[in-house]
Every structure is written in C-alpha cells, then in structure tokens.
Ligand binder design. Structure first.
Ligand code: URA
Length: 187
C-alpha cells in the first residue's frame, strides 16, 4: 500500500486495537499540513473532537488557536495529532495499553511528515514522547533532541482553562517555539 498520510489514515480508520474502538463516534487521525515543520501532539480526543473527527476543535482547541495567532503561526501550516486517536470515556487519562496500541500510528505520522519541531501539548504527551518522568511545571519550554527532531512541551490548553495564571508561561513558550522555527528555517 502507498506510503502516504492518507494511506495511513485509511489503514487506521477501522482500528480495533484497543477497547476505545468500541466506544468512539469518530476516530481522530490528525489534521493540517502534511509537510509541516511544526507538529503538535496532544493527549486524546475530547467530546467535540470525537463528534467531529478533528483534533483540538473544542474549548481547549480554540484557546490553542489564540496562542498560535498570537505568535503569528497559522493553524493550516502546522500538523496536529494526539497520542490516542480515540476518545477515552469521560475524558479519563489514557491507559498504558491504549497508548501502546496507538503509538505506532503517531510514529508513522511523524516519519511521513518529518517536522523540524514537535511540541507536546501537556504532560501525557511529554511523558510518552520525551521521557517518562517529564515534569511539565518544571520542564515546559525546555528543548530536547531526539533523533532528528527538536522537541519541547507546553502546558495543555485545558490546563490553561483551569488555571489562567499559566497563560503567561504559555505565551513565552510559544514565542520561543516560533523563534526556534524561524532559526531552523534560516539554516
Ligand atoms: N485535548 C487533547 O489532548 N486533544 C484534543 O484533540 C482535544 C483536547
């Protein structure tokens, strides 16, 4: 089969590798520019995402859009996906077996998109992609090099909705991400 994002999405469409395949409305594969230099990875679809099949379209996603706008990044230019492609009931944290069943799809997405910078949205994505003991309060905005990728993590937008005092840090982190991107593009 063809080695493209669309072919991968088609392969993943009827996934029943874990029990979430039974409860989802829509699988949320990911959206955006298939050649993006910047890729965001969240945790798992929420209610609105499950209903629409698109990541980060609910309240958290709308807040993410505001931060992208603030640093002059257009959503259409980035790629957005999640660790899990299906919504966990009542938005509970992903289970290890769900992450293990699903992570191969994300790794394949990353290999096909080949972004320069990967930004984890929140601690769940950072613990899975950067390191298991990632501490979001202490380590958000820190850069890590993994393979060919520059990686960092920022607060999950849902955490900013719960605690708006974190928005200042988020804006600083997003400015640093934009600067890093401009820097890597200038080389
Ligand atoms: N939260 C996430 O982590 N991902 C989404 O797609 C929506 C909310």
């Amino acid at each position: 089969m063809e080695n493209t994002l669309e072919a991968l999405a088609a392969r993943c469409a009827d996934c029943q590798k874990c029990a979430l395949g039974q409860t989802r409305t829509n699988l949320v594969f990911g959206t955006g520019n298939p050649h993006a230099d910047l890729m965001f990875v969240g945790e798992a679809p929420g209610e609105q995402e499950d209903l629409t099949g698109t990541p980060f379209v609910g309240r958290a996603g709308q807040l993410l859009d505001k931060f992208l706008y603030a640093v002059d990044i257009e959503r259409k230019d980035v790629y957005i996906a999640n660790i899990l492609k299906c919504r966990p009931p009542k938005n509970r944290d992903p289970l290890p077996e769900e992450e293990d069943a699903c992570i191969g799809y994300l790794r394949e997405q990353v290999r096909l998109i080949r972004p320069k910078v990967i930004v984890c949205l929140g601690r769940i994505a950072a613990m899975k992609l950067i390191k298991p003991d990632f501490k979001i309060t202490k380590e958000h905005g820190t850069w890590f090099e993994k393979g060919n990728y520059l990686m960092t993590a920022v607060y999950h937008p849902a955490a900013l909705l719960r605690d708006p005092r974190k928005k200042e840090d988020m804006l600083e982190d997003m400015k640093r991400i934009k600067a890093k991107l401009d820097e890597t593009e200038a080389i």
